[in-house]
Design a protein around this ligand. Structure first.
Ligand SMILES: Nc1ncnc2c1ncn2[C@@H]1O[C@H](COP(=O)(O)OP(=O)(O)OP(=O)(O)O)[C@@H](O)[C@H]1O
Length: 269
């Protein structure tokens, strides 16, 4: 059961994003309804991070519109306090000495609210508990493993109790316990009706949680529907992989294409 009244939590229409001379997004349309758990897939450089950055107002559209929770970016006031965002891993080791609790508490600050609300300590502890780090509240960030630091950043997004959560490759390169803790927390959020849009390279632990996959290729949506499932015969001797050359890769993608790495496959019977 969804927690928001806006049926369309995210609405992107004919979105173009340029960076200098690069035309990164070339007319993306995307609608995410309340309560959906959607993964954004695509090969390196296909535009996934740019799309999520445009959703949270970090990348400016050169054309097209983005609406979040019914508010149009750039014209309406977006209720950012209801949006949780975990950027692509940049490393939490900033050199600034801070504890896990301090990093998570910063997630309670937003545009107009520069003070911590009553009960913030409990909320911070709960958020860290959700990612399996209740016992590391007072740990300095630099003593945590990379996976644990990433979980702290996820807790920083969760502490807002967001209605929509946008995550950019939240588990890339993190240890297995962190991946499991992350999947368990996404499952609970989805059960509570939170809308989730997550950039992934492979479904992994989220395989049974996401219900829809949107695949980008060269800045365009080339698939929007059921998530790719691992093929049972993938390791079979009769299975042959054909990897396209670059100009082939620029042709419109067939739906049988492996959406994660962009390769096409042919089975020899
Ligand atoms: N600020 C920028 N200036 C110039 N080019 C950029 C900029 N940001 C991104 N790009 C280019 O745009 C393309 C898409 O980048 P983006 O990070 O959105 O892709 P991605 O699908 O998230 O890739 P990855 O899976 O490697 O994170 C890439 O070729 C990237 O080099």
């Amino acid at each position: 059961m969804s927690r928001t009244t806006a049926e369309h939590v995210i609405e992107v229409e004919r979105l173009h994003v340029h960076a200098g001379a690069s035309h990164i997004l070339r007319g993306v349309d995307l609608t995410v309804r309340a309560g959906e758990a959607v993964t954004l897939l695509g090969a390196n450089g296909s535009g996934k991070s740019t799309l999520v950055k445009a959703l949270v107002g970090v990348a400016a559209p050169s054309q097209g519109t983005v609406r979040v929770l019914g508010a149009r970016l750039g014209t309406d006031r977006v209720p950012w306090e209801r949006v949780g965002y975990v950027p692509q891993r940049a490393g939490a080791r900033t050199g600034v000495p801070s504890t896990a609790a301090e990093v998570v508490a910063s997630g309670l600050l937003s545009g107009r609210r520069w003070w911590l609300p009553r009960g913030w300590r409990t909320r911070v502890r709960d958020a860290l508990d959700q990612v399996g780090l209740a016992d590391r509240t007072e740990s300095a960030m630099h003593v945590l493993s990379g996976g644990q630091q990433q979980r702290v950043l996820i807790a920083r997004a969760l502490v807002r109790d967001p209605d929509v959560l946008v995550l950019d490759e939240p588990v890339a390169g993190v240890d297995h316990p962190s991946q499991e803790a992350f999947a368990a927390s996404v499952r609970r959020l989805v059960e509570r009706g939170v809308t989730v849009l997550v950039v992934l390279h492979e479904l992994g632990e989220l395989d049974e949680i996401v219900s829809r996959a949107v695949v980008l290729r060269h800045g365009l949506v080339v698939h929007d529907g059921a998530p790719p499932r691992p093929r049972a015969d993938h390791d079979a001797a009769a299975h042959r992989h054909l990897h396209p050359h670059d100009d082939e890769a620029r042709r419109p993608a067939p739906l049988t294409q492996n959406p994660v790495n962009g390769s096409t496959e042919e089975v020899v019977s």
